[in-house]
Design a protein around this ligand. Structure first.
Ligand SMILES: Oc1ccc(-c2ccc(-c3cc(Nc4ccc(CNC5CC5)cc4)n[nH]3)cc2)c(O)c1
Length: 321
């Protein structure tokens, strides 16, 4: 469906414009959420493919305007090889348009196309790049909060970038509780499932542990169909919750049965891969390693993988990484 995006008005003086939204031709819708739609577009003058997030509501809605400006402020701060970078911002008919890099497909597309997983070599390369992107977020005090296969983009040269930080948020000040937020259930850490007010970047590490397992097997690790079922699957595989979380669960209807016998199921993978995955999936958030320490894990270092893969990334990205 061809749609000419109308004349725009620059959102802020820091984004001087040329011919406005006329410079893009819409090619497809690649994503839809409750707050907006993501369009695959082509820049008319040079053929560059971009992804344009169009907010559905106009900025008359104060809540939408506040959320959009918060998202734009955050996105302007974050620039990294393994995050989808924002190129420019426009406003048209009192709606916000955010223009981003376009990558060929998502990790979900890869998982749906591959039976039995992506193979350990691809899974390891994707995992390493994901950890680099999330480490950058965490170093900048940003929690992504919705790491899942749809939010992991892959270029046709195998470069991986995290996207849709629309729900990301800055780390709360000490003592400040977070607002309620519901990450996609299958990748939601136990502390989110028990609605702990104080959660941190560890929720992203949990999600990455879930993604690593899914890349190896091709199947979601914890496909819960309710929050209680989600907790039951987690406990069955990785063992008991942290005592403070167990107390919360035992007060929920049917929660008492979730105490768990302590015997654990098995995680996919072998050797150092399984060791790294298990570390990401510790039910005590404080026990999960940081992204930066995971990047120095024996799994990436002991076989020379990090050194050779970083050289490969530098060539592909055409710059120092
Ligand atoms: O706050 C925000 C809001 C939106 C984004 C965002 C930025 C860029 C994208 C994006 C998507 C994309 N490529 C893409 C390609 C294909 C698909 C869907 N494939 C399946 C087969 C139908 C989905 C996405 N390239 N870039 C998506 C979201 C963001 O990164 C941050």
């Amino acid at each position: 469906m061809m749609m000419r995006l109308d004349r725009r008005s620059a959102l802020s003086p820091s984004t001087p414009s040329s011919r406005g939204m006329d410079k893009y031709e819409q090619l497809a819708v690649v994503g839809e959420g409750s707050y907006g739609v993501v369009l695959k577009c082509k820049r008319r003058d040079n053929g560059q493919l971009v992804a344009i997030k169009k907010f559905l509501e106009t900025e008359e809605d104060a809540a939408v305007r506040k959320m959009a400006l918060r998202e734009i402020r955050m996105l302007k701060k974050l620039r990294h090889e393994h995050l989808v970078n924002m190129i420019e911002v426009f406003r048209r008919k009192r709606r916000f348009y955010l223009v981003f890099e376009y990558l060929d497909h998502t990790l979900l597309d890869e998982l749906e196309a591959a039976t039995g997983g992506l193979g350990e070599d691809t899974a390891k390369k994707h995992l390493y790049q994901l950890l680099k992107g999330i480490d950058y977020c965490h170093q900048n005090s940003i929690i992504h909060r919705d790491v899942k296969p749809e939010n992991v983009l892959v270029s046709n040269t195998g470069i991986v970038k995290l996207c849709d930080l629309g729900f990301a948020r800055a780390l709360a000040a000490p003592g400040e509780p977070y607002t309620e937020y519901v990450a996609t259930r299958w990748y939601r850490a136990p502390e989110l499932l028990v609605a702990e007010h104080r959660y941190g970047p560890e929720v992203d590490i949990w999600a990455i542990g879930c993604l690593f397992a899914e890349m190896l097997t091709g199947d979601p690790l914890f496909p819960g169909d309710s929050d209680i079922d989600q907790l039951a699957l987690i406990i069955k595989t990785v063992g008991k919750l942290a005592p403070r979380h167990q107390q919360v669960v035992s007060r929920l209807s049917g929660g008492a049965a979730l105490a768990g016998s302590g015997s654990k199921g098995t995680l996919p993978g072998t050797g150092l891969a399984k060791e790294l995955m298990a570390a990401c999936l510790r039910t005590e958030p404080r026990a999960r390693p940081s992204a930066s320490s995971l990047l120095r894990h024996k799994y990436f270092i002991s076989d020379g993988f990090a050194e050779s893969f970083n050289a490969e990334l530098r060539k592909k990205l055409g710059k120092d990484v």
